[in-house]
Ligand binder design. Structure first.
Ligand SMILES: [Cu+2]
Length: 163
Protein backbone atom coordinates (compact mmCIF):
# COMPACT_ATOMS: atom_id res chain seq x y z
CA UNK A 1 0.00 0.00 0.00
CA UNK A 2 2.79 2.44 0.90
CA UNK A 3 4.49 1.89 -2.45
CA UNK A 4 1.21 2.63 -4.26
CA UNK A 5 0.73 5.82 -2.27
CA UNK A 6 4.27 6.91 -3.03
CA UNK A 7 3.81 6.24 -6.74
CA UNK A 8 0.59 8.26 -6.84
CA UNK A 9 2.20 11.13 -4.90
CA UNK A 10 5.17 11.07 -7.27
CA UNK A 11 2.87 11.11 -10.30
CA UNK A 12 0.90 14.08 -8.93
CA UNK A 13 4.06 16.03 -8.12
CA UNK A 14 5.50 15.29 -11.56
CA UNK A 15 2.31 16.45 -13.21
CA UNK A 16 2.33 19.67 -11.15
CA UNK A 17 5.96 20.32 -12.03
CA UNK A 18 5.20 19.86 -15.74
CA UNK A 19 2.32 22.32 -15.55
CA UNK A 20 4.55 24.88 -13.81
CA UNK A 21 7.33 24.41 -16.36
CA UNK A 22 4.85 24.74 -19.22
CA UNK A 23 3.46 28.00 -17.83
CA UNK A 24 6.91 29.44 -17.20
CA UNK A 25 8.11 28.41 -20.65
CA UNK A 26 5.11 29.96 -22.35
CA UNK A 27 5.70 33.24 -20.61
CA UNK A 28 9.33 33.31 -21.60
CA UNK A 29 8.79 32.57 -25.28
CA UNK A 30 6.08 35.24 -25.40
CA UNK A 31 8.44 37.87 -24.12
CA UNK A 32 11.33 37.14 -26.43
CA UNK A 33 10.03 37.01 -29.98
CA UNK A 34 13.12 37.23 -32.12
CA UNK A 35 11.59 38.96 -35.12
CA UNK A 36 10.80 37.25 -38.38
CA UNK A 37 7.28 36.48 -39.47
CA UNK A 38 5.98 35.44 -36.04
CA UNK A 39 6.16 38.95 -34.60
CA UNK A 40 3.77 39.53 -31.74
CA UNK A 41 1.65 42.59 -31.13
CA UNK A 42 3.51 45.87 -30.92
CA UNK A 43 2.71 49.31 -29.52
CA UNK A 44 4.09 52.33 -31.34
CA UNK A 45 4.32 55.74 -29.71
CA UNK A 46 4.17 58.90 -31.75
CA UNK A 47 3.34 62.50 -30.97
CA UNK A 48 2.90 65.82 -32.63
CA UNK A 49 5.92 68.10 -32.55
CA UNK A 50 4.94 70.83 -30.12
CA UNK A 51 2.92 73.49 -31.89
CA UNK A 52 4.36 72.58 -35.30
CA UNK A 53 2.23 70.89 -37.94
CA UNK A 54 4.44 67.81 -37.79
CA UNK A 55 4.78 64.41 -36.17
CA UNK A 56 7.75 63.86 -33.89
CA UNK A 57 8.50 60.65 -35.84
CA UNK A 58 8.44 60.63 -39.63
CA UNK A 59 9.22 56.93 -39.98
CA UNK A 60 7.72 53.91 -38.26
CA UNK A 61 8.39 50.22 -38.91
CA UNK A 62 6.24 47.15 -38.40
CA UNK A 63 5.98 43.63 -39.81
CA UNK A 64 3.25 42.57 -42.24
CA UNK A 65 0.28 41.05 -40.44
CA UNK A 66 1.46 42.32 -37.08
CA UNK A 67 -1.15 43.65 -34.68
CA UNK A 68 -0.21 47.28 -34.16
CA UNK A 69 -1.48 49.59 -31.47
CA UNK A 70 -0.55 53.12 -32.32
CA UNK A 71 -0.66 55.60 -29.44
CA UNK A 72 -0.71 59.19 -30.63
CA UNK A 73 -0.09 62.05 -28.21
CA UNK A 74 -1.15 65.47 -29.35
CA UNK A 75 1.52 67.70 -27.82
CA UNK A 76 -0.08 70.89 -29.05
CA UNK A 77 -2.17 72.91 -26.64
CA UNK A 78 -4.43 74.38 -29.31
CA UNK A 79 -4.34 72.27 -32.48
CA UNK A 80 -6.41 69.20 -33.17
CA UNK A 81 -4.62 66.32 -34.89
CA UNK A 82 -5.25 62.76 -35.98
CA UNK A 83 -3.20 59.89 -37.39
CA UNK A 84 -4.50 58.36 -40.62
CA UNK A 85 -2.82 55.51 -42.48
CA UNK A 86 -3.38 55.81 -46.23
CA UNK A 87 -3.66 53.10 -48.83
CA UNK A 88 -1.93 54.66 -51.82
CA UNK A 89 0.31 57.66 -52.39
CA UNK A 90 0.09 61.44 -52.43
CA UNK A 91 -2.93 61.51 -54.78
CA UNK A 92 -4.99 59.25 -52.51
CA UNK A 93 -3.90 61.20 -49.44
CA UNK A 94 -4.89 64.51 -51.02
CA UNK A 95 -8.27 63.08 -52.04
CA UNK A 96 -8.92 61.92 -48.47
CA UNK A 97 -7.92 65.32 -47.08
CA UNK A 98 -10.11 67.22 -49.56
CA UNK A 99 -13.16 65.04 -48.87
CA UNK A 100 -12.45 65.23 -45.15
CA UNK A 101 -12.54 69.01 -45.27
CA UNK A 102 -16.22 68.85 -46.22
CA UNK A 103 -16.94 66.03 -43.79
CA UNK A 104 -15.73 68.10 -40.84
CA UNK A 105 -14.56 67.27 -37.32
CA UNK A 106 -17.57 65.10 -36.42
CA UNK A 107 -16.41 62.73 -39.17
CA UNK A 108 -12.76 62.97 -38.04
CA UNK A 109 -12.07 64.95 -41.25
CA UNK A 110 -12.45 61.74 -43.22
CA UNK A 111 -14.67 60.89 -46.21
CA UNK A 112 -17.53 58.43 -45.87
CA UNK A 113 -15.76 56.22 -48.41
CA UNK A 114 -12.86 54.82 -46.42
CA UNK A 115 -11.59 52.38 -49.04
CA UNK A 116 -8.19 54.13 -48.96
CA UNK A 117 -8.05 54.50 -45.19
CA UNK A 118 -6.17 51.60 -43.59
CA UNK A 119 -6.29 52.89 -40.02
CA UNK A 120 -7.57 56.01 -38.27
CA UNK A 121 -7.04 57.37 -34.82
CA UNK A 122 -9.80 59.45 -33.30
CA UNK A 123 -9.39 63.21 -33.50
CA UNK A 124 -7.12 64.26 -30.63
CA UNK A 125 -7.72 67.56 -28.90
CA UNK A 126 -4.82 69.54 -27.46
CA UNK A 127 -2.70 67.48 -25.04
CA UNK A 128 -4.90 64.45 -25.61
CA UNK A 129 -3.65 60.91 -26.31
CA UNK A 130 -5.62 58.65 -28.63
CA UNK A 131 -5.11 55.10 -29.83
CA UNK A 132 -5.89 52.92 -32.80
CA UNK A 133 -5.27 49.20 -33.20
CA UNK A 134 -4.96 47.69 -36.66
CA UNK A 135 -3.38 44.81 -38.54
CA UNK A 136 -0.30 45.86 -40.49
CA UNK A 137 -0.94 45.63 -44.25
CA UNK A 138 1.20 43.78 -46.79
CA UNK A 139 4.88 44.70 -47.05
CA UNK A 140 5.52 48.10 -48.58
CA UNK A 141 5.78 51.77 -47.73
CA UNK A 142 2.65 53.62 -46.66
CA UNK A 143 2.09 57.23 -45.69
CA UNK A 144 0.37 58.44 -42.58
CA UNK A 145 -1.17 61.87 -42.49
CA UNK A 146 -3.14 64.29 -40.37
CA UNK A 147 -6.39 65.24 -42.10
CA UNK A 148 -7.15 68.33 -40.00
CA UNK A 149 -7.55 71.18 -42.55
CA UNK A 150 -4.24 72.75 -43.55
CA UNK A 151 -2.07 70.13 -41.84
CA UNK A 152 -1.41 67.92 -44.85
CA UNK A 153 1.02 67.84 -46.65
CA UNK A 154 3.17 69.23 -43.85
CA UNK A 155 2.01 66.70 -41.31
CA UNK A 156 2.91 63.26 -42.59
CA UNK A 157 5.30 60.36 -42.24
CA UNK A 158 6.09 56.89 -43.61
CA UNK A 159 5.11 53.51 -42.24
CA UNK A 160 7.48 50.88 -43.55
CA UNK A 161 6.03 47.38 -43.48
CA UNK A 162 8.51 44.54 -43.79
CA UNK A 163 7.96 40.84 -44.36
CU1 LIG B 1 -2.63 67.84 -37.55
Amino acid sequence: MKIWLRMIAFAVLTALAMVLVACGGGGNSGGSSGGGQSSGPVTLEIGSKGEELAYDKTELRVAAGQTVTLRFKNNSAVQQHNWILVKGGDAEAAAIVNAGLTAGPAANYLPADKSNVLAESPLANGNETVEVTFTAPAAGTYIYICTVPGHYPLMQGKLIVTN
